[in-house]
Design a protein around this ligand. Structure first.
Ligand SMILES: Nc1ncnc2c1ncn2[C@@H]1O[C@H](COP(=O)(O)OP(=O)(O)OP(=O)(O)O)[C@@H](O)[C@H]1O
Length: 308
């Protein structure tokens, strides 16, 4: 059975009385690359702040590796790497300086690993931070997050500001980290890109999870059915939970969650139906379908225990 490295239960965070997280529940298993997705203001950064012990919960609990994120924040600092959305360092320092300076807060070996990571990321360690491009700055943040060899890596929008090839290389490296038993929890607005790297996905809306599952399950559970018909337009009732529906002339398609196999087979076998296709949906498509609708319009909460 996989161990849940990150566990969040009924978490509430309010800013001046206004809830940013409203009873958040989340499980992230060891060795996963968990894509934590949500629109602007959904509460992703607030969740990161809770996990890194920067903000105390108003209610509920958050633990990493079994340790409370708020009361055991200092212990966790050595075991969890964190790259904030907009890292800020002492800009007058060089890349080498910031590695050396940060190493003084960490266990031996940090500096060597920082230098290796900086080299791999193509950083010129003699450059001052204030002279770096946005992407260069982000890479320093990443090298610092990787240098403690953390068991868990928390990355808040790590690829923003990076060019395409660096983004791809970076996302591929997440898979390597997971294969080595580390757990990566990452937020990004580049959903399609993240899909190639992640094993699990969680969708956050208004401070609550509306979906948390493996990518494999997403592919099984949410399907796009498309067809051409000559008779009357098919009635999607009974096919499953309808997330989207469209028809152009004789072309008809739906996005359906938990499709009923018998109803799908009956549709496929209708004598007036041709070009029937039953395909998985991409993460971006699923995201748009679930996030763009009010819950009562069909985006039914789809929170499942990961691995269920
Ligand atoms: N320091 C703060 N004071 C008051 N309200 C805040 C503060 N930080 C965040 N909020 C509010 O809490 C909610 C969640 O914000 P948060 O930054 O966690 O969202 P996010 O998902 O990270 O958004 P983005 O994708 O834009 O970074 C928003 O409504 C935001 O306006």
């Amino acid at each position: 059975m996989s161990e849940d490295v990150i566990q969040i239960d009924r978490l509430v965070v309010r800013y001046r009385g206004k809830p940013a997280l409203q009873g958040l529940n989340l499980r992230v298993p060891r060795g996963s690359v968990y894509a934590f997705l949500g629109d602007n203001g959904a509460g992703k950064t607030t969740t990161m702040k809770i996990l890194t012990g920067q903000v105390p919960p108003d209610a509920g609990t958050a633990t990493i590796l079994g340790l409370d994120c708020w009361s055991k924040a200092t212990d966790l600092r050595h075991r969890v790497g964190y790259m904030p959305e907009r890292p800020r360092f002492y800009d007058w320092m060089t890349v080498a300086d910031i590695g050396w300076f940060t190493a003084s807060f960490h266990r031996p070996g940090f500096l060597g690993r920082f230098q290796t990571a900086a080299e791999r990321l193509g950083l010129d360690t003699s450059k001052r931070l204030k002279d770096l491009s946005k992407g260069g700055y982000a890479r320093v943040g990443l090298a610092l997050a990787l240098a403690p060899e953390p068991e868990v890596l928390l990355l808040d929008e790590p690829t923003s500001g990076l060019d395409l090839l660096t983004r791809r290389e970076f996302l591929a490296s997440l898979g390597e980290l997971a294969a080595a038993g580390r757990t990566v929890f990452v937020t990004s607005h580049s959903i399609a890109e993240l899909e190639r790297a992640c094993t699990h996905v969680g969708l956050l809306r208004d401070g609550q999870m509306i979906m948390s599952t493996t990518l494999e399950q997403v592919r099984k559970q949410v399907r796009r059915l498309s067809l051409r018909f000559t008779g009357s337009p098919p009635d999607p009732t009974g096919l499953g939970t309808l997330l989207e529906r469209s028809a152009t002339g004789r072309f008809w398609q739906v996005l359906v969650r938990d499709p009923d196999p018998d109803a799908v087979a009956a549709l496929r076998n209708r004598p007036d139906v041709t070009d029937f296709e039953d395909q998985p949906v991409g993460l971006e498509e699923l995201y748009a379908a679930l996030m763009s609708k009010a819950p009562e319009a069909g985006a039914v909460p789809m929170v499942r225990k990961v691995g269920e």
